[in-house]
Design a binder for this molecule. Sequence first.
Ligand code: DQA
Length: 145
Amino acid sequence: MTDKLVYVLNGPNLNLLGLREPEIYGTQTLDDIAGMLEDRALELGIEIDMRQSNHEGHLVDWLHEAQAQGAHAVLLNAAAYTHTSIALFDAIKAITTPVFEVHLSDPHTRESFRHLSYVGMAAKETFQGHGAQSYVLALEAAAKL
Ligand code: DQA
């Protein structure tokens, strides 16, 4: 049986994880998180395709691609675009592939401009505030679908 394909999409500044505000985001790099997710994915019989971009349109294109490729689900940490992007809201609504919102931190306990999530309004479920573990919890939820 072929593994279920799950896209793991990461938005702006997440390429700097490990260096970036470690008191908020921890010291793991995005590659560390990818390794951790790969291990769990293997156990769950899931194949992951993990990507990062600092450009909003790339994230929109990859959401469309996930649908076209027949992906089982998408994990999306849209980073700051979470709070600004109606284009991402529309893209999530435009596809039937279930999208899980992921955040390392808990935006609701931070600045008020992070309390609004366009991604969360369209996503199936949100996992936030658990550091890198938020990705693992979202992957486990995706595996159960
Ligand atoms: C983040 C939270 C966002 O508010 C922020 O803009 C990020 C990272 C998180 O994973 O905690 O860049 O998505």
